[in-house]
Design a protein around this ligand. Structure first.
Ligand SMILES: O=P(O)(O)O[C@H]1[C@H](O)[C@@H](O)[C@H](O)[C@@H](O)[C@@H]1O
Ligand SMILES: [Mg+2]
Length: 283
């Protein structure tokens, strides 16, 4: 089995790199934009095309029917978003679609693989920067084949924290997001940042450029690959209430260590998000 997953891991890296090349090329042409859950939740033909390319390549390589797929664009067309014990690929073809549309240079392909509901490996290709992040359970995390590690900062006053605004602009949620950000800024921390892609944000935690990233409202495909990369780089993942991380819960804190993560958690104003694996009628 172990060798089988190694082959899958290596193949995921190849597929992510090829997908990134398609995105880069598409960024040079006219981009037609549509919307999904809200007027600021953008999608393009490239998101759909790249997801088809990734899933098509994986099916061709590993056989139709043996593996399951959770892909952002398939789920938006009401494909199931349920993690079972079967080998499952969790894919965000274009993480940072808004960045892609605007030419803001952080866009990632995110591919994770889970077996028995446990994440085995994750690959994040930051395609505009041409940086390949990857990690396999128990084997460390890498950027362009160099080992990466989270920062050793324990003093929150010496930290940079990342968060995002998400795509739900209901005033009550935006109020909570900004109130949390204000409280964290006023701890004070050295800075607050956001790249516009959750996958890249997690890689920034993993390589020690920032101490933590938290968000409520993200989806499993935004963070599954990054979760393996953060853990393998020595970091940790928690729920925003300090409990165990739950991939389908749409909320997460990823940090370099528990001291920093706990300090952030103290300030987070939690709001509800419908779980990724909720029945479609509830979404
Ligand atoms: O670009 P996406 O794949 O839609 O992912 C985005 C997400 O939609 C947004 O809510 C988050 O704030 C970003 O960090 C994601 O990566
Ligand atoms: Mg995404």
């Amino acid at each position: 089995m172990a060798d089988q997953w190694q082959e899958a891991y290596d193949f995921a890296v190849q597929v992510a790199r090829a997908a990134g090349a398609v995105i880069r090329k598409a960024g040079e042409e006219e981009i037609k934009v549509q919307t999904k859950s809200s007027t600021v939740d953008l999608v393009t033909k490239t998101d759909e095309r790249v997801e088809k390319i990734i899933i098509g390549s994986l099916k061709e390589q590993f056989g139709e029917g043996t593996h399951c797929f959770i892909g952002e664009e398939s789920v938006s067309k009401e494909e199931p978003c349920i993690l079972t014990d079967k080998p499952t690929w969790i894919i965000d073809p274009v993480d940072g679609t808004t960045n892609f549309v605007h030419g803001f240079p952080f866009v990632a392909v995110s591919i994770a693989f889970a077996v028995n509901k446990e994440l085995e490996f994750g690959v994040v290709y930051s395609c505009m920067e041409d940086k390949m992040y990857k990690a396999r359970k128990g084997q460390g995390a890498f950027c362009d084949d160099e080992p990466i590690q989270v920062s050793d900062v324990k003093d929150i006053h010496k930290s940079i924290i990342i968060s995002e605004h998400g795509t739900d602009r209901s005033p009550e949620k935006v109020q909570k997001i900004f109130s949390t950000m204000k409280k964290i800024l006023c701890i004070p921390v050295h800075g607050l940042r956001g790249s516009g892609t959750a996958a890249t944000n997690m890689c920034l935690v993993a390589c020690g450029a920032v101490e933590a990233f938290f968000e409520i409202g993200i989806h499993c495909w935004d963070i599954a690959a990054g979760a393996v990369i953060v853990r393998e780089a020595g970091g940790l993942l928690l729920d925003v209430d300090g409990g165990p991380f739950d991939l389908m819960s749409r909320r997460m804190v990823s940090g370099n260590n528990r001291v920093i993560a706990n300090r952030i958690i103290k300030e987070i104003e939690i709001f509800d998000s419908v779980r990724d694996d909720a029945p479609i009628a509830k979404k």
